[in-house]
Design a protein around this ligand. Structure first.
Ligand code: CO
Length: 470
């Protein structure tokens, strides 16, 4: 029986997040949206924590306005976002009232598919988000609550572990499952085993998201397809490969005329390629895209850490003048991970574990210093870790802090009204309170610039001398 493989195109989110630090402005997307919308992609991934952050921090763009524009220009294709469960797009746990409101507003502004993941693969942290997404179906029947498994390696992460988690995801009400290999750790033959086992265990569609970093992505996707995967994530070729994804056109061509044919038109795709080729040249010329990012690098397979984490570690060490200790830090990462209950390394756990490994190495003594996030992780405040943490180690790290075993958000009071009351002067639309909730330090500066622009104050104006350059 012919099985059409569906494609999620990532060029508007993960591709540029992986290659140019999420700096693609809406103005670079606008000229091609009409063509992207006509291809017949299953979905266009276009929104998430980093795009939101980059919009208000660097691009002076309202992320909600971007979403509404994408919705308007792409009426025929599902729009997809990435969502960190109870962390939403931020870095802490939010109370349920904020989360529910965020999901509702995201759908109201144009999102169809919410891909939800938890850094610890703790189902408790996903339940409210799944329920909120399902509730939003009333407004938009296209809404899909997809749960992503944070894929990682380590002694507990057997195929059985993933099969059990997939079953729990299905029981929790998810509409589909994504295997999210953010660190490009999957290899082709293991992918076939993993996908085959998960497909056997659940009835909902299964999708694969993997990165090209170590050069294996297309092979992993192909083996996944043979093993029964329903959907794959790819990126238009000018922003594919390297730390991004497998090229869309190549996957479409590979499947053409087979039982897995995507039905997408290569001629149409090649017109879109021309456009993104222009952007690629522009980004290389401006220095935004470092051609090094496009090279294949199997280091991730050796150290089992995501590429982004590797560059973070290096920059932390540089700041301390200790770049020569990178190898020691990379050896310390798995030890810290083991002590902390084997969290998968994805935002925010990758930063927490990485920073602790750096402290342990540069201070010459393990756990001499721990930041609050590491203490919270060990205390259970991010959720239940895949492996229980040793009680003695926990005591040593958290001291008198009380460890928790419940769903972390159960300890939070409703906070939406409180957040609203903190920024009455900046609220121009209902969604602003959510921008503020997630980025409380950056949002006020963004709101101010937005208002100044509206009332015509040039940010370069010399207010004191009343000179306003045009
Ligand atoms: Co990714």
């Amino acid at each position: 029986m012919a099985k059409k493989i569906q494609i999620t195109e990532t060029v508007l989110r993960d591709a540029h997040q992986s290659l140019i630090a999420t700096r693609m402005p809406l103005s670079d997307m606008l000229p091609i949206l009409d063509k992207l919308d006509k291809v017949g992609f299953y979905s266009l991934e276009c929104w998430g924590g980093a795009t939101f952050d980059s919009c208000i921090r660097f691009l002076d763009e309202d992320p909600w306005e971007r979403l509404r524009t994408l919705r308007e220009k792409c009426p025929n294709t599902r729009l997809q976002m990435l969502f960190r469960g109870q962390n939403m797009l931020g870095y802490r746990h939010y109370a349920d009232d904020v989360l529910e409101y965020f999901v509702q507003r995201s759908v109201a502004n144009g999102i169809d598919i919410i891909r939800i993941f938890d850094a610890l693969n703790d189902i408790k942290n996903l339940q409210t988000a799944i329920k909120a997404a399902k509730a939003a179906k009333k407004e938009n029947p296209n809404v899909e609550a997809q749960v992503a498994i944070s894929y990682t390696t380590g002694p507990v992460f057997t195929t059985q572990y993933y099969v059990d988690y997939a079953k729990r995801i299905q029981e929790a009400g998810a509409d589909s499952i994504c295997i999210k290999d953010m660190a490009a750790l999957l290899t082709p033959y293991y992918t076939a085993e993993l996908v085959g086992a998960i497909k056997k265990a659940v009835d909902i569609p299964v999708q694969l998201h993997t990165h090209y970093t170590s050069g294996l992505a297309s092979m992993c996707l192909l083996k996944a397809i043979e093993a029964g995967v329903d959907r794959i994530d790819t990126a238009m070729s000018p922003l594919a490969n390297g730390t991004s994804h497998a090229p869309t056109e190549s996957m479409v061509a590979a499947l053409q005329g087979t039982e897995y044919d995507t039905g997408l038109d290569l001629v149409q795709l090649s017109e879109i390629r021309e456009y993104f080729m222009g952007l690629r040249e522009k980004y290389i010329k401006s220095g935004l895209l470092d051609p090094k990012m496009l090279a294949t690098d199997a280091k991730a397979l050796i150290y089992q850490v995501p590429g982004g984490m590797l560059s973070n570690l290096l920059s932390q060490l540089k700041q301390a003048g200790k770049e020569d200790q990178l190898t020691q830090v990379l050896e310390e990462v798995p030890r810290v991970r083991k002590d902390a209950g084997y969290p998968p390394l994805v935002t925010p756990t990758s930063q927490i574990v990485g920073t602790q490994a750096v402290f342990n190495v540069i201070l010459g003594e393990r756990y001499k210093m721990c930041n609050d996030q590491f203490k919270d992780l060990v205390a259970g405040k991010y959720g239940t870790t895949p492996v229980p943490i040793d009680k003695e180690f926990q005591k040593k790290i958290i001291g008198d802090m009380k460890p928790i075993n419940c769903r972390p958000a159960d300890l939070l009071e409703p906070e939406l009204e409180k957040l609203r009351a903190e920024i009455p002067e900046w609220i121009e639309q209902e969604e602003d309170v959510l921008t503020y909730a997630q980025f409380p330090k950056v949002a006020p500066g963004f709101f101010k610039k937005r208002r100044d622009k509206k009332i015509g104050i040039n940010p370069d104006a010399d207010i004191k001398n009343k000179i306003h350059p045009v």
